[in-house]
Design a protein around this ligand. Structure first.
Ligand SMILES: [Zn+2]
Length: 349
């Protein structure tokens, strides 16, 4: 749990984000740490956390979604209370578990869960998965029964448009069982944890000093790469923590540190979030992906506004369920659950 520094070194980033200044102590708490008692010591040792997390639970089990499934459907299939399932997973009642997303269920559902088609029990656990859930594989093969592009797209939670973008030239007539198809963007050459290293050159980062485009067509800004939404100390990664799923990453710095759009997009919401994110900004990007920026002290955009990548959208704060100034950042691809932002953001090497 040792915080890792990362630096953005381009001249433009310094201009856009200001000097780093004194860095506050990293915050371990955030919007998803509701189960942590207020009186808990701020720095639990890694050993203690590991011990707590590896003790098998008698009340909970962890399984993966085999395909996208609504919380409501799952609860009804398992004859379990929707509220209980949403609480266990720290998601809203209308949540849709994406393919390969881990879900927590009461252990009383252990028999029933094996009969639910949307649930994969091959990796059933009684302890939280310590690693972030793996990304869905980049390729798949046409399955029996997938006779139309619409069916293939539906199976992998893609729009037909996106499916065709990933597989240029794919036609309905080519849907032969076993044919490999691409179902996700390639992530070639990207390692998982490369924070802490100074990027060589710009490292693909850009902090364009562009005017606000105001209202407009978000499709015009189809940025290829993500940029880091702020700078500071990386205090918490994506994955299971204290028995809860942490669906984003935390970056701590001083109150007022600028937060920028990680990609161009349109502001879906900008304001107070009652569920723990404090002052929250949500952006929708050209491919339908949603990004969330939580715990802000100040919001600088309004709903409906189109913002260019690198545009300052808010200032870092500690609003909502948070014990210190930090940004909670999530990336939620369309039709799926949140993914690990570290797999999308540019590597720090
Ligand atoms: Zn967080």
């Amino acid at each position: 749990m040792k915080p890792v520094h990362f630096l953005l070194t381009t001249a433009a980033s310094t201009a856009a984000l200001g000097a780093a200044g004194t860095v506050v102590a990293p915050s371990l708490a955030d919007s998803k740490s509701g189960t942590l008692p207020i009186s808990a010591p701020p720095a639990l040792s890694a050993d203690l956390i590991a011990a707590a997390e590896t003790r098998p639970s008698t009340e909970k089990i962890w399984v993966k979604a085999r395909q996208a499934v609504t919380l409501k459907h799952l609860a009804s299939q398992l004859a379990q209370d929707e509220t209980l399932i949403s609480q266990l997973n720290d998601v809203k009642a209308d949540h849709v578990f994406g393919r390969s997303e881990w879900m927590v269920l009461p252990s009383t559902a252990i028999k029933q869960v094996k009969t639910v088609a949307a649930v994969d029990t091959s990796e059933l656990r009684r302890t939280p998965p310590l690693e972030a859930p793996p990304e869905p594989s980049e390729t798949a093969r046409i399955r029996r029964g997938d006779t139309t592009l619409a069916k293939v797209a539906q199976r992998y939670n893609l729009s037909i448009q996106k499916l065709l973008k990933l597989n240029p030239g794919l036609r309905g007539a080519q849907l032969v069982v076993g044919t490999p198809i691409r179902i996700a963007q390639a992530n070639a050459g990207r390692s998982r944890m490369v924070l802490g290293l100074k990027p060589v050159g710009s490292g693909g980062l850009s902090w364009p000093d562009q005017p606000d485009f105001g209202f407009g067509d978000v499709e015009n800004f189809n940025d290829r790469a993500w940029v880091w939404p702020t700078k500071g100390i990386f205090t918490s990664g994506y994955g299971w923590r204290w028995g809860r799923m942490h669906r984003g990453i935390d970056i701590a710095n001083n109150i007022g540190t600028p937060i920028v759009a990680a990609k161009s997009g349109q502001v879906v919401s900008a304001g107070w979030h009652g569920g723990g994110y404090g002052y929250l900004v949500e952006l929708r990007h050209a491919d339908g992906t949603l990004t969330r920026y939580g715990h802000n002290s100040r919001i600088l955009v309004r709903a409906g506004q189109v913002v260019r990548q690198g545009k300052v959208i808010s200032l870092m704060g500690s609003t909502g369920r948070s014990t210190g100034p930090h940004l909670h950042f999530e990336i939620i691809p369309a039709g799926r659950g949140a993914v690990n932002p570290l797999q999308m953001l540019p590597p720090r090497a």
